[in-house]
Ligand binder design. Structure first.
Ligand code: CMC
Length: 429
């Protein structure tokens, strides 16, 4: 909706009038699409002040620490919903009624297996390959298996691809883990819940099927809910950008996985544990805090700070509670790494450097600790983030394709050489 207008005064040129658009909540945005006619572009590396699209899926108020999916606060979804219900909500806009939920859950369960031939892809990877490297490959490879549903202009095809991706990600993630361990891959079990099934495929073997702890399954489900979507972050924007060229959904999600891998984004939960290893002991904390504050040192306290949340990350609050439940269930109290993490948390919450910059522990700080306690190796942490975020990525991809869109094509401020002529090789200095 546009009722207000902004006026841009450019020295030596006529003023440019730009419409101001208003959303349901959140700051108004200045629509700069018409600016090109004046011979200017906007410059905003890192998208610090630029909305790249219009969306109805997720709303974040970073100053107040609010995260809403389709209007529902993340705390309520974590308490009163489960992951598949949250998936339905993100994909369809409303929470399901009982019948819709049963149908969706059954639909997802009917797609949990992957093509048998996909297993042969794994043999091409070294067993010590990073699991995210394997995930980028095997998820992208799904495009080679589902030719029956790759017409991105067909809403039914988009729907079936969405369900396939949500259903198959836990299977693929567990296969990646089993491959790295040299253990047989486990088939999904449709009598289990989504989270139980994932833990079953991760930790059971054909010779020993152990029951899944309800506390750990609930913690896993919460981790999935809390990572399900986070509006236009780096990986989601990557999925939208890849999708805007008309690429198929499996290829787009593989692109999202690649973007998520970096330590400033999804790789942070792994980086938290690597950092705790590096710090080693509580007695070294002061040295590392000093490094984190030193502008000339690239070291950052992993798991602290957020681009959008400049107050507490609401997901971190829920995750901390789950973290306490998991540690109590597993009877972990005196783990030195955990003590180190708790001491870091204490310092960051009281040290003026962190307070002034609003560098609170983020969701990855606690999820890393929980995943480690459950027995998931650190190299798998980002894979689990990717598994959970797939529904967010695919919801944004579907949303973009459901209304008119343009290929994403940012402009640039060029600061390179002006046009010049080639000097013959023999004459070059
Ligand atoms: N440790 C120490 N100092 C920090 C940290 C940190 N983790 N994060 C930011 N700062 C400082 C930064 O040096 C800067 O200081 P100054 O104002 O004196 O120059 C100030 O805080 C503002 O930081 P910024 O780099 O401008 O903030 P940003 O919004 O560009 O970066 C971030 C956000 C998440 C990339 C960054 O905080 C970071 O690298 N954190 C560690 C990695 C991490 O935990 N990432 C996971 C984010 S949550 C998962 C997700 O949603 O993807």
């Amino acid at each position: 909706m546009a009722d207000k207008k902004a006026q841009l005064i450019i020295e030596g040129a006529a003023p440019v009038e730009l419409p101001i658009l208003t959303g349901t909540v959140g700051p108004d945005v200045i629509d700069v699409r018409g600016l090109g006619a004046s011979g200017h572009f906007t410059f905003d590396p890192g998208f610090m002040a630029t909305a790249s699209c219009e969306s109805k899926i997720t709303y974040i108020d970073g100053d107040k620490g609010v995260l809403l999916h389709r209007g529902y606060p993340i705390e309520q979804l974590a308490e009163q919903s489960d992951y598949l219900e949250t998936c339905y909500l993100l994909l369809n806009g409303e929470l399901p009624n009982e019948e819709q939920k049963a149908k969706f859950v059954s639909n997802v369960k009917n797609h949990t297996m992957v093509h048998e031939q996909l297993k042969t892809f794994f043999n091409g990877f070294r067993r010590d390959a990073h699991p995210m490297a394997v995930m980028c490959g095997v998820v992208g490879a799904l495009s080679a298996f589902y030719h029956d549903s790759l017409d991105i202009n067909n809403p039914q095809h988009r729907e079936i691809s969405a369900v396939r991706l949500v259903a198959k990600m836990p299977t693929l993630a567990a296969m990646v883990y089993k491959y790295s361990m040299g253990q047989p891959m486990m088939y999904p079990r449709n009598d289990l819940t989504y989270a139980e099934n994932f833990l079953h495929m991760m930790f059971n073997t054909p010779c020993e099927i152990k029951p899944i702890s309800p506390v750990l399954a609930k913690a896993m489900d919460r981790i999935f809910i809390l990572h399900a979507d986070h509006e236009q972050n780096a990986s989601t924007s990557t999925v939208r950008l890849a999708g805007s060229s008309g690429a198929n959904p499996f290829a787009c999600i593989a692109a999202g996985i690649a973007a998520l891998w970096g330590p400033a984004h999804g790789g942070a939960n792994e980086a938290v544990l690597t950092m705790l290893d590096e710090i080693g002991d509580v007695s070294n904390i002061d040295t590392y805090i000093a490094k984190a504050k030193d502008k000339n040192d690239p070291f950052k306290l992993m798991g602290f700070g957020h681009r959008v949340y400049k107050n507490r990350d609401p997901r971190a609050t829920v995750m901390k509670q789950t973290c306490d439940e998991v540690l109590a269930e597993l009877g972990i109290k005196n783990d030195p790494q955990l003590q180190l993490a708790m001491r870091l948390e204490e310092i960051a919450l009281t040290d003026p450097y962190f307070i002034e910059r609003s560098l609170y522990p983020n969701v990855d700080f606690y999820s890393g600790i929980i995943l480690k306690a459950i027995g998931i190796p650190t190299s798998m942490f980002t894979v689990i983030f990717a598994l959970a975020r797939t529904v967010g990525w695919i919801s944004h991809w579907k949303e973009m394709l459901s209304s008119p869109y343009k290929i994403g094509r940012p402009r640039q401020l060029y600061t390179g050489e002006q046009q010049r002529d080639i000097t013959a090789l023999k004459d070059r200095k």
